[in-house]
Design a binder for this molecule. Structure first.
Ligand code: DX5
Ligand code: ZN
Length: 219
């Protein structure tokens, strides 16, 4: 199975984003994962559309934008026009998820749905045919550098079976605590897009870290 490595710039040096994104890309990053937090859905506040637009100017790889915000519908267009190729929204805040996924696709981006660790797979059962990807949170969202929740592995396995059963080839993305020790277990369970923040930017050589993650994922 081919995997895609998506370094999360949440752990990069925000004063040197261009340098840090180039380093991840030099190591073979497939996507650049951008964490948007509003201080409401999650306790942390990070970046908005103007910064995504600036990143889009310098990044070579597609932007994978993860919206951890209370009212994503208000901002879909702003993030897609800023340069998001993939836009992921949390099921926990969306009473009309089907409509939101359609709106993202109409804007021309890949539409993904995200599940918190405590959110059951049944929450997305009715939209399995509508998602371009599903993001499984393997930590509680809000911060980089947290510990991987081991129960995520079984959740990924069950999600892959659910998607396959629905005839969907949508890839599973995993976010939180992915490092050289945990990456293989989620890939074996069926994850294809691996987000990593600290495991890339918490090291002295982000390019080498991306290469090492890919090697560990496919070894
Ligand atoms: C967490 C974010 C993640 C975070 C992952 O809320 O969604 O993308 O940057 O960081 P690590 O890989 O350090 O757990
Ligand atoms: Zn994320």
């Amino acid at each position: 199975m081919s995997v895609r490595i998506a370094p999360s710039i949440l752990s990069a040096d925000f004063a040197h984003l261009a340098r840090d994104i180039a380093a991840a890309e030099a190591g073979g990053a497939d996507l650049i994962h951008v964490d948007v937090m509003d201080g409401h859905f999650v306790p942390n506040i990070t970046i908005g559309p103007p910064v995504v637009r600036a990143i889009k100017r310098i990044a070579q790889r597609p932007l994978d934008v993860h919206l951890m915000i209370q009212d994503p519908d208000r901002y879909l267009e702003a993030f897609v026009s800023a340069g998001a190729s993939m836009l992921s929204v949390h099921v926990e805040v969306l009473p009309h998820l089907h409509r939101t996924l359609g709106a993202i696709k109409d804007l021309g981006a890949k539409a993904g749905v995200v599940l918190n660790p405590s959110t059951p797979l049944t929450a997305i059962e009715e939209v399995l045919g509508d998602v371009d990807h599903v993001l499984v949170m393997s930590v509680n969202p809000g911060f980089g550098g947290q510990r991987f929740i081991p129960a995520s592995v079984d959740k990924i396995r069950r999600l892959r079976a659910l998607l396959d059963g629905a005839g969907s080839t949508a890839p599973i993305e995993v976010d939180g605590g992915i490092d050289l020790h945990t990456i293989r277990s989620v890939v074996d369970a069926g994850a294809e897009i691996l987000v990593a923040g600290q495991a890339v930017y918490g090291t002295p050589d982000p390019a080498a870290a991306v290469q090492a993650l890919r090697a560990a994922a496919t070894a």
